[in-house]
Design a protein around this ligand. Structure first.
Ligand code: NDP
Length: 480
């Protein structure tokens, strides 16, 4: 199967006519071909988006909203097809795609289709002298670039607010997981989205991504991905004075106090450690446990981890699917080797897992728990982004906080305690854009989403995203 770009309302071949292979992580086999697009395709997409902006940006918001609602409904009606595509393309359990990824993609469109109807701007009265009011105008053609871990979920998290705000879009999904973005283009055609409003260009980050970021007439970039890529993008976009939203990597701490609700904590910590093979930017990969609970936690957690069924993503019983690519599997394994060199003790896992039959060439790793590492070693400081966690005891809240805050990252933190005062205190002091207390991945789409330090710049979610995709303009009217 050959995927196509979606430009000016049509499915198109890349101008180079070249394609590259798309691998199915669970089998390691090639199952489709991805357009190897380049600058010429991005420019075509830009021209289409620029033309479409003239009418889309002034379309009454109720009509823009209707298009987004149609897309949301189509995503819901194709849940099974989209979930299957996501699972095959990414290696994630089908059940996860069905219950989290695809419903959330539909929710993103729903949320911004209705959110835009409630979006208001400010007025500042100077009593009898003047009145100021703020217009919020769509910025223009938005560049949206997303990663492979939650493909349609994160792609739509950018596209929906951009379109709702009146921007038109040139978007690039990760080259590793382009399938549901391709299916989204078919959905947009079915929904009758006007030509050029959304354009999806497939291909490598270094070509297509770079062409979007460096395009002189694309004034804003919304990017989710790794910190190193984000740094590069900022270095290209900032001197061009582009508006930038960067959602980057994380190395999130999970702080477990002895007074927590133990069973709830254990259940959720399994998810925050290994859901999506640990490939969620919000996973809690550094687990800090109060010393008096440490041995009990360690024994239960390791036992539960050993019992996790790693296997065929399409099997409903599977808890942990395939790693997204061979290259990423190798990266994760290199970190497990590093952990050993740094003196870490592998309590369970630590190996590549060879499955049988059709899955024998797939990319699997045993869920891995490591102890005995100092909090400041590389394993505990660098993002691994796989089914690998470290566990570390602590004696005091101050020590836990200091270890939690010791990385360059600051995306999410998790705190388990029944002590409300402590929960508030830590929520205040943790370096993170999100603090979950006694829960994980509980999301209200109205809340600001993003990180501090090397985890990013800016916020997505709620009206913050609509603020990003619009430019405020103050109008001052003298009254006398
Ligand atoms: P990458 O940074 O490698 O890639 C992200 C996207 O950027 C891909 O579409 C990629 O294309 C593209 N890209 C690569 N190079 C360039 C370039 N020079 N210019 C423009 N675009 C480029 O991240 P991954 O896909 O590996 O995703 C994993 C990372 O994403 C992790 O670090 C994770 O923490 C982070 N992440 C952050 C989230 C957050 O909300 N903060 C949420 C989810 C993930 P291609 O794939 O074709 O190379």
């Amino acid at each position: 199967m050959k995927l196509k770009n979606y430009i000016n309302g049509k499915l198109m071949e890349p101008s180079s006519q070249r394609y590259f292979d798309n691998f199915q992580p669970s089998t390691g086999k090639v199952y489709s071909q991805i357009p190897d697009s380049d600058e010429a395709d991005v420019d075509l997409a830009y021209q289409a988006a620029k033309n479409a902006f003239k009418s889309w940006s002034i379309l009454p918001k109720e009509l823009r909203s209707n298009y987004l609602l149609k897309i949301a409904h189509l995503i819901e009606s194709k849940l099974d097809q989209l979930a299957m595509a996501e699972s095959i393309d990414n290696g994630k359990p089908l059940k996860l795609a069905k219950t989290v990824d695809i419903p959330r993609a539909a929710a993103n469109f729903h949320f911004y289709a209705t959110g835009i109807l409630h979006y208001a701007s400010h007025a500042h009265s100077m009593e009898d002298t003047a009145i100021n009011y703020t217009l919020r105008q769509p910025v223009g053609v938005a560049g949206c670039i997303s990663p492979w871990n939650l493909p349609l979920y994160l792609f739509s998290w950018k596209i929906a607010p951009a379109l709702a705000a009146g921007c038109t879009v040139v978007a690039k999904p990760s080259e590793i997981t382009p399938m549901t973005a391709y299916l989204l283009s078919e959905i947009c055609i079915e929904a009758g989205l006007p030509d050029g409003v959304l354009n999806i260009v497939n291909g490598y980050g270094s070509k297509v991504g770079n062409a979007i970021v460096s395009h002189p007439d694309i004034p804003l970039i919304s990017f989710t991905g790794g910190t190193v890529t984000g740094k590069h993008i900022a270095s290209v976009a900032a001197p061009m004075f582009k508006k930038l939203s960067l959602e980057l990597g994380g190395k999130n701490p999970n702080l477990i106090f002895a007074d927590c609700d133990y069973d709830k904590m254990l259940h959720t910590t399994m998810l925050s450690s290994f859901a999506n093979q640990g490939q969620i930017c919000l996973c809690g990969s550094r687990i800090f446990v109060e010393r008096k609970l440490y041995e009990r936690f360690k024994n239960d957690f390791v036992e539960k981890t050993k019992a996790l069924l790693v296997g065929d993503p399409l099997d409903d019983k599977t808890k942990v699917g395939a790693i997204v690519s061979k290259q990423h599997q190798e990266k994760i394994m290199s970190y497990i080797e590093l952990a050993k060199q740094e003196g870490g003790k592998i309590l369970c896992g630590g190996n590549v897992l060879k499955l049988v039959g059709n899955l024998s060439e797939g990319y699997y790793i045993e869920p891995t728990v490591i102890e005995g590492l100092p909090h400041n070693c590389r394993t505990n400081q660098e993002e691994i982004f796989g089914p690998v966690v470290t566990i570390t005891p602590f004696d005091s809240e101050a020590e836990a906080l200091s270890m939690a805050n010791s990385t360059i990252y600051g995306l999410a933190s998790i705190v388990w305690t029944e002590n409300l005062t402590r929960a508030h205190r830590l929520a205040n002091q943790l370096h993170a854009g999100i603090v979950w207390v006694n829960c994980w991945l509980l999301r209200d789409l109205r809340t600001p989403f993003g990180g501090v330090k090397a985890s990013g710049v800016g916020r997505e979610g709620g009206f913050e995203a609509l603020d990003f995709f619009t430019e405020p303009k103050n109008v001052c009217i003298k009254l006398t």
